[in-house]
Design a protein around this ligand. Structure first.
Ligand code: AP5
Ligand code: MG
Length: 192
């Protein structure tokens, strides 16, 4: 089993690159943002609670996302590996994930950290907001709040995994193809 965390700020290309990576490596894609948006679309109690928080650009409580990931891991016993996108976002989530993976006799193979300037992030997200229907993309103050939340609570996740030498920084600007090639190079080094 080879498990990857695709790490990076809002708009850095995690979802875009995840689609290609799962197709190439046969991994199961686990995006907590997508899981939460599906709860909202299904009007579940969890979704209704999460929506207010997401619309403000803040993080939903750790126990909510850890619970969703725990269920998803249990529901996919045959997976060749998992690609985590948008999770973990706090040190508490990282510790919880490590524990869950240990119970399944596996671990994180690599944390690929996409690096993109703040101006490029805001530009990409405002652009997507024109068509995505994602309420957290439509207003610049909410986009900035998501980036602030990332800086204050999520950048420490990279420090957490650095102590185990698992983090590789990858330039997240350029064409989608160029970035995909860089990511594959890093994964292939670790698979061989
Ligand atoms: P989430 O859904 O995870 O959103 P995010 O991290 O804010 O990031 P995005 O999905 O907006 O961006 P991305 O990095 O996937 O980039 P994408 O490929 O789409 O989280 C949403 C909310 O849910 C959070 O704010 C929080 O409230 C909650 N949440 C989720 N997980 C949580 C957790 N673990 N704990 C607590 N709360 C959680 O690309 C963005 C745009 O750029 C697209 O339009 C794309 O076409 C374009 N693009 C991609 N690559 C390029 C390129 N190379 N050049 C130009 N444009 C590009
Ligand atoms: Mg995404």
């Amino acid at each position: 089993m080879f498990n990857i965390i695709l790490f990076g700020p809002p708009g850095s290309g995690k979802g875009t690159q995840s689609e290609r990576l799962i197709a190439t490596y046969g991994l199961k894609h686990l995006s907590t943002g997508d899981l939460l948006r599906s709860e909202i679309a299904n009007r579940t109690a969890l979704g209704l609670e999460a929506k207010n928080i997401m619309d403000r650009g803040q993080l939903v409580p750790d126990e909510v996302v850890v619970g969703m990931i725990s269920t998803a891991l249990d529901n996919n016993p045959q997976a060749k590996g998992f690609l985590f996108d948008g999770f973990p976002r706090t040190v508490a989530q990282s510790e919880a994930l490590d524990k869950l993976l240990r119970l399944k006799n596996t671990e994180i193979g690599v944390v690929l950290a996409l690096e993109v300037s703040e101006e490029e992030l805001v530009h990409r997200l405002l652009n997507r907001g024109l068509t995505s229907g994602r309420s957290d993309d439509s207003h610049e103050p909410v986009i900035r709040a998501r980036i602030t939340e990332y800086r204050s609570k999520t950048t420490v996740v990279a420090e957490y995994y650095s102590q185990f030498n698992k983090v590789v920084k990858v330039r997240g600007e350029g064409t989608v193809d160029e970035i995909f090639t860089s990511l594959c190079n890093e994964i292939n080094k670790r698979l061989s």
